[in-house]
Design a protein around this ligand. Sequence first.
Ligand SMILES: *Cc1c(COP(=O)(O)O)cnc(C)c1O
Length: 411
Amino acid sequence: MKSLGPIPNGFGLIDGELAIAGVKASDHVRAAGDTPLFLYDFGLVRARVARFRAAMPADVHLHYAVKANPFPGLVRALARLVDGLDAASLGECRLIAASGGDPARASFAGPAKRDDELAGAIAMGVAINLESESEADRALAAADRLSVRPRLAVRVNPPFEIKGSGMRMGGGAKPFGVDAERAGALARRVIAAGAEWRGWHVFAGSQALAAGAVADAQAAAVALAGELSDEAGAAPPLVNLGGGFGIPYSANDRPLDVEAIGARLGEALAARASGLADSRFALELGRWLVGEAGVYLTRIVDRKESRGKLFLACDGGLHHQLAATGNLGQVVRRNYPVAIATRMGSPAEEVASIVGPLCTPLDRLADEVAVPAAHPGDLVAVFLAGAYGLTASPQAFLSQRPAIERLLVPD
Ligand SMILES: *Cc1c(COP(=O)(O)O)cnc(C)c1O
């Protein structure tokens, strides 16, 4: 038997069933008409935003990294709560605009931005986080053709990185950002070329659960932004300190102490270089804001035994929830939090592997976990489905039925 990840807070129990936003899982499925079904509880997202605001210094803005979950209803609802939206493609820039987000408070980062993508984003007024000197040239040329003044920031490849439990020094060679040694000179050049200078973007890692490592990286980023601003000879209106806030996925993971990070960030900002006195600071978060608010519900279609092992085969799997099957960048496969949603009140009685409908051994939502006796028709809940779920999965693989998505907005 193997362990399961921790079920996040915020879910309830009604008549022995998992309740999401106060409604039983089976009632959600009835209302939506079918499985597989993604549910996003916006009440939990709102609580995350409130916790961020309470924990962080007042002048630290909150941005949402749209790629974590681009479901339009969610982006629309979040756009009203956060201070900015960060895109990773022109498609996401358009989604932001279509969702009521202000393009003037959006930024676009990512390697290999094509000329037409740069032009499209610049025309919308989205700030471009430049990934290289040559991209800077192409952005300036695109703006010239449009006869507009581009809003440009430089994404810095810092000499440090947050990783797992400790901050790693020596960030190394990256496709992302301009090496810190050259970033000041590039900023000076785009300012001289007439761009509207937007400032620095320093992204040092993702899915960190050690508050000390995140705080160290943020303090290092504040210091770096001060040095680079001296080299650039200009004050940055905005310093985007990146994000990296993680959530617990597996049994040994512990939740991030965001309040400790806020306290340390307050100290780092109080000690910042004078060149940053009037700068705004922002954190761009994806999974920490939305990951725990999502649940993926799939129905057990078959129950079978094979050579002494029990399998519960479901209508949903890795084509919708690749990350839960351990195939989105896990080195060692560990079980996500998973439960039999329709039997939450019953004790675990048997050990089963919960698999999906694809003809590949990779399609395994849970590996040898203790569960209540479950049968065809029962619903399986895969938690942590609010970030890097559907759109980070190979939905077209095997032409299975599409997933349904619903945003639940409590009053
Ligand atoms: C993906 C990404 C994020 C969001 O990362 P999370 O781990 O979801 O918080 C933030 N910033 C940049 C530049 C990214 O590429």
